[in-house]
Ligand binder design. Structure first.
Ligand code: NI
Length: 190
């Protein structure tokens, strides 16, 4: 295990625009991905971007194993709206991503972030997107997704452009501590 410290909001490195991966140093990329997976799993995250562990490269990982959904309580899943289709997010390594919105409409839902621990906010995101990029072997990834899957991808890719979810909240009254807003919910941070 190589769990790395996750930078928290206020660290200026989270505001940088990350650089594209050129695949010249495969060993470094492999090591980075091991650390990112270990860190995300240790913190029970749904996703992680390389800049969150201080690496300024356009690399994100995300995924929610089906087990996670089974552990949730159905009534809270409905109330919170975050877990209903959480299990449909495959474990993914996404490098040099490009996102194309497929409709103008944005949907608001609650998000959390490993770099903003303890807090949650209501964030507008495109409901449906196409995302393209590459996996760790340079193979093309090209998917059309919606809902929670689309939200996680948009959240993670924002990290590559120095954007944290609180910057996108429309009404700051919908931003606060998770344990106050949702006393019974379980964390699923990105
Ligand atoms: Ni995040």
């Amino acid at each position: 295990m190589s769990v790395r410290p996750v930078l928290r909001m206020g660290d200026v490195r989270l505001l940088d625009v990350a650089e594209r991966v050129n695949y010249e140093d495969r060993d470094a990329l492999h090591s980075l991905l091991i650390d990112m997976r270990d860190t995300m799993q240790a913190l029970n995250g749904a996703g992680l971007a390389a800049p969150q562990i201080g690496v300024g490269l356009r690399v994100v990982i995300f995924g929610v194993p089906p087990l996670r959904q089974a552990q949730g309580k159905p009534d809270q899943e409905e109330k919170n709206g975050r877990y209903a289709d959480a299990a449909s997010v495959p474990e993914t390594v996404l490098i040099n991503p490009v996102i194309t919105p497929l409709e103008d409409e944005k949907i608001e839902d609650w998000e959390g972030c490993l770099s903003v621990p303890g807090l949650t906010g209501l964030v507008p995101r495109y409901h449906a997107i196409r995302y393209q990029g590459f996996d760790e072997n340079g193979e093309v990834i090209d998917r059309t997704v919606s809902g929670f899957h689309a939200r996680v991808v948009q959240h993670e890719c924002d990290h590559l452009d120095g954007i944290l979810y609180p910057m996108r909240i429309r009404d700051m009254r919908n931003f606060g501590f998770r344990e106050v807003l949702f006393p019974d919910s379980r964390a699923l941070d990105e």
